[in-house]
Design a protein around this ligand. Structure first.
Ligand code: ATP
Length: 323
């Protein structure tokens, strides 16, 4: 196997708080191994365009606490094509990159897996997404911050819901997964949570609205749940249950931004060190995961194919406490 002298690092897919902490950890660990390290701007798009920048320890100073990603992120249709990946390879060779750390979601790992089957450049990954839906890790970088942001917002909305005897439908991110919705539901004491993983929630919602004695309620709606978006649900149910004084709040992109929590900074730092360790140990096509407070290596194939369940216990806790 070729000796690794220079590595690349990039962020890809949706941004998440803690991505900067992750890049910082990768850069400084690489330097600790006396490797050279290049940041690749705008994910696979920048790899194809040749947006490479040499990083020093100073390049990543004062970013551990910043949200977003200073390397920028992007989605690239071109990388899905053979021609696009060839251009990316040419640029990696031109910049003498021997191995790469990708920080992103399962789509980014899928691209990396395909690329390293075609070309002999090892990739390892770090899970950077607010949704927490990646198989093989208890936490993804950014989830804890998003959960705290959502919790703070709902606490505020709850004050006004209570003061004015209203029912609020609050939409949170989660097209395929209800982790943010369910954990925020437990953390804020929401009356109900609608998530993509559960069927038959429409009847349950109807039953709740027609029988509850509560004068104010918080109903958290994950965007991918099967009843519909918060606006649609509120329109339909608001007309029928006028006594609830239905209101809607879509939290939107505020959930993706902001300074990462201490946990996300810690997680990103640990996984960043582990990612470079893994490359130096000749590993490839594995994601750094965090399970039972330990770093684990999860093959890209498993993270892509595996589906992370929401967990019966979380549902039970929410069910008991929301009554
Ligand atoms: P998020 O969870 O935030 O959506 P993600 O990493 O899953 O993050 P995607 O948009 O699915 O985000 O993937 C990021 C990029 O990875 C894509 O824009 C594309 O360039 C690359 N990619 C994804 N799937 C493939 C694939 N099958 N082949 C080649 N490249 C891919």
């Amino acid at each position: 196997m070729k000796k690794i002298k220079r590595i690349g690092v990039f962020t890809s897919g949706g941004d998440s708080p803690g991505m900067n902490s992750a890049v910082r950890a990768v850069v400084r660990t690489a330097i600790n191994y006396k490797l050279e390290v290049y940041g690749i701007h705008r994910g696979y798009k920048g790899m194809i365009r040749g947006e490479f920048e040499k990083m020093t320890s100073k390049s990543v100073a004062h970013i551990i606490q910043q949200g977003g990603t200073f390397l920028r992120s992007a989605r690239s249709k071109e990388f899905r094509t053979i021609e696009g990946r060839k251009k990316a390879y040419t640029n990696l060779v031109k910049n003498k990159i021997d191995a790469v750390v990708v920080i992103g979601g399962d789509g980014s790992f899928k691209g990396a897996g395909i690329f390293s089957q075609e070309y002999d450049i090892p990739f390892v990954g770090m899970p950077g997404t607010i949704d927490n839906d990646m198989f093989g890790t208890d936490y993804t970088i950014g989830f804890d911050t998003a959960l705290n942001t959502v919790t703070e917002a709902i606490d505020k909305i709850k004050d006004t819901a209570h003061s004015h005897d209203r029912t609020f439908f609050i939409e949170v991110m989660g097209r395929d997964a209800g982790f943010i919705a369910l954990k925020a539901g437990i953390a804020t004491g929401a009356e109900m949570v609608l998530i993509p993983e559960i069927e038959g929630q429409e009847e349950k919602l109807e039953k709740y609205l027609s029988t509850t004695k509560k004068t104010s309620s918080i109903i958290i709606v994950a965007e991918g749940n099967n009843v519909g978006g918060a606006e649609k649900i509120a329109k339909a149910f608001g007309k029928r249950f006028k006594e609830h004084g239905v209101r809607v709040n879509v939290l939107g992109h505020m959930q993706r931004g902001g300074s990462p929590t201490a946990f996300d900074r810690y997680l990103a730092s640990r996984l960043g060190v582990a990612a470079v360790d893994a490359l130096m140990d000749n590993q490839r096509s594995v994601m750094m995961g965090y399970a039972n407070h330990e770093v684990v290596h999860v093959p890209f194939n498993k993270t892509i194919k595996g589906k992370r369940g929401i967990g019966e216990e979380l549902l039970r806790v929410n069910e008991i406490l929301s009554k």
